[in-house]
Ligand binder design. Sequence first.
Ligand code: ANZ
Ligand code: ZN
Length: 821
Amino acid sequence: MFCDRVNLWLSLMRRGFRLLFSSSSCYDHVVVERAAQLRFQSQPRPPAHAQPRDVGRKKYILSMFPYPSGTLHMGHVRVYTYGDALARFHRLCGFQVLHPIGWDAFGLPAENAARERRLDPRDWTQSNIAQMRGQLQALGISFDWEREIATCEESYFRWTQWLFVQMHRHGLAYQKEAFVNWDPVDQTVLANEQVDSAGRSWRSGALVEQKMLRQWFLRITDYAPALLEGLDELPGWPIQVKKMQEAWIGRSRGTLVHFGPIRVFTTRPETIMGATFVAVSPNVVSQYPSQVPHPLTGANLPVVAADYVLADYGTAAVMGVPGHDERDRQFADRHNLPVVQVVLDGYLINSGPEFNGLSVEAGARAVEAALIRTGKGESHSAFRLRDWLISRQRPWGAPIPIIHCQAACGAVSVPEHHLPVPLAPRNDDAALDAWSRVACPSCGGPGRRDMDTMDTFVDSSWYFLRFTDPLSAERPCQADRWMAVDTYIGGVEHAVLHLLYARFVNRFLHHLGWSPTLEPFTRLLTQGMVQNKTFRLIDGDRPVPPAEVDAERGIHLPTGGAVKVSWEKMSKSKLNGVDPQAMIAAYGADATRLYVMFRAPPHMALEWDESGIQGMKRWLVRLWELIQPAAGGESSAEPVHDHEKDQILEALHKCVQQVTLDLADRHSFNTAIAALMTLSNVLRKNQEVSTSGNHHLSQSWFVARDALIVMLSPLAPHFACEAWSLMHPQSPDVWSQSWPTISSHKAATDLAAPSSVVSVTVLVDGRKRANVNIDAALLTDPDQKGLVDALHPSVAKWLPARPAQVIVVPAKCLVNLVSSK
Ligand code: ANZ
Ligand code: ZN
């Protein structure tokens, strides 16, 4: 992608640009960003298969990869700017950083867009990728472009197919009949989103039918308990996301009760004496006798089929307690079955001497104990989570690598060395026939390929592993040293499906030895929506373009209709989108990045306001004046005024501490920027005083100014890069500098900061193990060696080797030492 000849040309151009603007003292974002971009492109980058030298000093920063729609929107700008700020910050702190990007390139939208344009989905997708790649580069996002992947490439999806084959081999992929939306006119299967609220196909308008098809499922339910319990090991995830996953997995604790051969699942065992029948799901009723004994009384109860008993929950059988369950009651009334009340005001009645008088809670425990004692029951949890239906009857997806043997072998997975199964040639009947007729891998007899493709959530369920060795044709990944992802950034809309599937697949691959950790994402940063003012006609609710609105009078000018204003998520259909390209052109990538980070904390909705970008631009203009060669005059070795020196160093000290914590731990980009603004104001004031008092600025002023630019560089990389080369024409680029630390400045300027001792809670792999008193400064020192030295001896019992990873939560005085394996 970046060939050497281009690089040579770039480095020549770069020198020209340096001359071009170094003479002007006015900040011109076009010139500065063009020059910085050239410099970025000539920055040497490690090869795609590089592994971390020291696992304790690696960071894997990942923003969720996009669907290649063709244009970047503000939500993308937000997610990739956060990731880039973290990646650049950690590089400056001396970490080896993995910061990759790829494309979630299969799926229905590409199919439809391509059909409309009479293009091949692949061509359409590739041109979109090219366009978005350019936009991301214009934003200055420092991705590891050598590692770029696209899920629609054979080099990627052969491993998606490999994953399926592993699942099949381990009994986690199976076939079952399930309903799909069937368009009888187009003779095709529709996704739920393609069926409108009237139940009609979006394309043909036909009434959609439910049709039973044999489809592939992944047995995620086998992992339900582990996926639930794993949430406890994720202190770095937002609580709301964990709650959503918990609800989705949906564990119910209860009791399994044996009514003869029928096992029922109940969460109300204390009502057992009120059971007057056993209801089972209609499709299993034929397996059972027509009467079964009550486990405690021995009385015979009728077995009935009832629609309200779900076939895929619990055991597909319930004990009918019409006295206390509404659906049982309706069923009993309709079928003349007896109703017995066994609970009154929270206490058991009509339940025999053993249980009468017990409270509901005590009764539940006593009944369960009695059942367990007599071998007629056990504790049990039921899960709401369903197996994952992955078959899609669509062409633009990874083919399911299965051959259906036409003799006796059934569904046989394609041998690994025959992967990838290429996309089916759908436009050519003869070629399609040739593609689909293959020999059964197991008996050699005639076989047919499975015609379906995989849900695109399968593609994205393991891509974070692929980035660790993205080009390899020998293996799916080489994740031992890079995983887990240290910070994963993306929209909260993926809180359940994508993140749950990724956790499932990572756990499975961990068991096979491909991923070193049980959980793939140590910290999760979920960002809020980007919203903008939306104007809608009060009459009819139709959105209208902002340019046609007199906002003050609330009137739509062309029609004279009254409009209302609301903040809504930016989108084309609401006519409230703001094009990132336009913002970059008008104010620059740096001002846009700063604005997006400054306007709101990451998890909150961001309400767009263009005047805010202008404010950012003005700040950069003033900063640019601060870094001009003439700006500081000459520095004097001896400070002129002691109080000036103290004031600057105090401001610097505060700023370093704030920005370091904000970026290393709190993901609080807006307060980091505010801290940099404060420091820049102090420097400006001192500059004005020195100019009017006609004396030199102290050396600390220059120390602080250097630190300010280094700290700015993860946030506004173009600006900082060019500013640095202006300030230090002989020194290496700003990205080769180190992050300022308080201790280094303390030493250099002998600022007497009171050292304090704090008591930290030490966790090993998420479990609390010790409390240790240490110097508070160690908590915030980006070089964590001192911290580990101080803490490790107290927990060596649980963690013999040094930790692979150290997670610090300074605000809570908490340190988690992670063994990684
Ligand atoms: C006796 C009983 C008495 C029940 C009572 C409820 C109230 P959750 O909390 O959702 O897990 N149940 C069990 N399996 C079922 C299935 N496959 N389809 C429909 N209903 C099913 O609900 C558990 C309760 O839902 C169980 O407790 C069972 O009815 C019913 F006063 O057992 B119960
Ligand atoms: Zn066979």
